[in-house]
Design a protein around this ligand. Structure first.
Ligand SMILES: [Zn+2]
Length: 413
């Protein structure tokens, strides 16, 4: 009698184990609908023109990238969406470009996201210097079905429109439509100033920030943070004595194509300035619109004091200044700004400010405006090593805060 319950117990144990085993296998079956090429798209707000994909194995694909307009040797950036079925799957992407090694696709980190808002950085496996050798991204097992992937911390044109919609609710914001890109997207200049301050426009310090290379998204987030800071309570007095202009996307057709440096004409947007004056016939379309707009500002009763060209290259943020006449006179030497930046940069996001001359290339948006108008210009590079949106936002806050501290008071006192 004693042995029977033992036998029953053992049988029950075996049945239980079998049941658990089957249940786990069934669960795996449900989640293991592996990814197929049809689940991916290289089109949409963050896209990659000319990219193609083939399946190598389970959740393992090879992507061959396309090239920038007029530049068969410049790879587009890898940007895509997984439309469905990502949940429960991991992903290995072998990426290759056969056109050459100019502006190689794996120079910077990329990011992935379930919602296009909260981004997670992902690094290349090999960091190879040869496009034709290719490189690999290995993603973790996804927990959602839809996944976005883009360059640096991505910002699509549609994301920018949503930000502008939010900013323009504020009474200190004015949004100017500079003109349409060749792809019929509006280029915006966002102006921040408090119209109710006691100082007329011609007495206010005027700062102008623009991003030329459209794939350098970290630079765009740096600028977005500057705007948010200027609209915060902390900057309430500053916006009464200053005017800040922002052109966050000079080449708005780029994010949906994965273009890194160019517009639809294939012009490198930071080789697009005409120091002798804007030229509707010869200049890249969007560069002409933006330079013409800057020239109108310079001719207004509130001309720009300093022009910032916002970029990303390797390392932390790296500002380089070509000093104009107010430095060393009204506002003190450029070294004073350097000290203020160091003091405010408690997270070490920014290299110490240094100076340059305009001897480099007058088609840059630093050397060009300095030569044309004689104003202070800044090349603000770096941040390729800032892998999160928050770090890029924080770096922007340090810069705008420091600028407000350095350009204190007004032009007249
Ligand atoms: Zn750049």
């Amino acid at each position: 009698m004693k042995r029977i319950p033992g036998l029953v117990q053992r049988c029950l144990k075996i049945i239980y184990c079998l049941w658990i085993g089957l249940w786990i296998m069934a669960g795996m079956q449900c989640n293991s609908k592996e990814l197929s090429v049809d689940d991916f798209t290289f089109e949409g707000p963050l896209g990659s023109q000319g990219a193609s994909m083939e399946k190598i194995g389970t959740n393992h694909f090879q992507v061959t990238l396309g090239h920038a307009p007029e530049h068969p040797d410049w790879s587009n950036k890898l940007q895509f969406r997984i439309l469905r079925h990502a949940k429960g799957n991991d992903l290995r992407l072998d990426v290759v470009f056969h056109g050459g090694d100019a502006y190689i696709f794996n120079e910077y980190f990329y990011s992935w996201s379930y919602d296009g808002i909260n981004w997670h950085p992902i690094q290349w496996q090999k960091k190879s210097k040869r496009s034709a050798e290719g490189d690999t991204l290995i993603f973790p097992v996804f927990e959602e079905d839809v996944v976005f992937v883009g360059h640096q911390v991505p910002l699509s044109y549609e994301d920018l429109l949503a930000l502008i919609e939010r900013w323009k609710q504020h009474p200190c914001v004015n949004v100017h439509e500079i003109g349409e890109s060749l792809g019929k997207r509006m280029i915006h200049r966002i102006t921040i100033t408090d119209p109710d301050g006691i100082h007329p426009g011609n007495e206010r310090w005027v700062h102008y920030f623009a991003n030329q290379h459209p794939g350098e998204h970290n630079a765009q987030w740096r600028m977005a943070a500057m705007i948010d800071w200027l609209l915060s309570e902390e900057a309430r007095e500053d916006v009464r004595r200053s005017i800040c202009h922002f052109v966050i996307m000079m080449s708005p057709d780029a994010p949906s194509h994965g273009w890194y440096r160019v517009n639809a004409q294939g012009v490198d947007m930071n080789r697009s300035y005409f120091a002798a004056g804007s030229d509707a016939e010869k200049q890249a379309h969007e560069a002409y619109l933006c330079q013409k707009d800057l020239e109108l500002l310079m001719a207004s009763d509130a001309p720009v004091t300093d022009v910032w060209s916002m970029h990303t290259w390797g390392g932390i943020v790296e500002p380089i200044c070509i000093p104009g006449p107010e430095m060393g006179k009204e506002v003190g030497s450029w070294e004073k700004l350097k000290e203020i930046l160091i003091k405010n940069d408690t997270q070490n996001l920014i290299k110490p400010l240094k100076t340059d001359t305009d001897e480099g290339n007058l088609t840059y948006w630093t050397d060009g405006p300095h030569r044309q108008f004689g104003v202070t210009t800044f090349l603000c590079e770096g941040a390729g090593a800032l892998y999160t949106k928050q770090e890029n936002l924080d770096s922007g806050v340090v810069i705008i805060k420091s600028l407000m501290e350095y350009y204190k008071g007004t032009k007249t006192k």
